[in-house]
Design a protein. Structure first.
Length: 113
């Protein structure tokens, strides 16, 4: 009669423990590095990302912060009770502001070819 043992030989157990320890240490240092990188960023402004790597764009949070040379008032949407601003001649991304002048959202669109 043949019996099988569920335990691994002692050499394999030590390798598994060492491998597990290395993974835990790697994850710990990875989280530490990400936390350090995030802490060095300036998180006081609103930024949105439209590209894979370096596509962060500053978005004004209030109507008072809008640079009139950079954004133009598009229209007023009475159904949503918001005012829309976008880049001149580029309505693909519109910034929506509520009646108090605070940002309420973003509206994206595409240009039909």
């Amino acid at each position: 009669m043949i019996t099988y043992s569920a335990s691994l030989p002692s050499g394999y157990e030590n390798r598994f423990e060492n491998m597990h320890r290395k993974r835990v240490m790697f994850l710990f240092f990875a989280v530490l590095a990400i936390t350090g990188a995030a802490a060095s960023e300036d998180w006081t402004d609103l930024h949105v990302k439209f590209a894979l790597w370096d596509g962060f764009y500053h978005v004004p949070q209030t109507v008072e912060q809008i640079n009139q040379d950079k954004y133009v008032k598009m229209a007023r949407d009475d159904d949503l009770n918001v005012t829309m601003y976008s880049y001149p001649n580029d309505p693909r991304v519109s910034i929506l502001f509520d009646s108090y002048g605070n940002i309420a959202g973003l509206r994206t669109a595409y240009i039909k070819a």
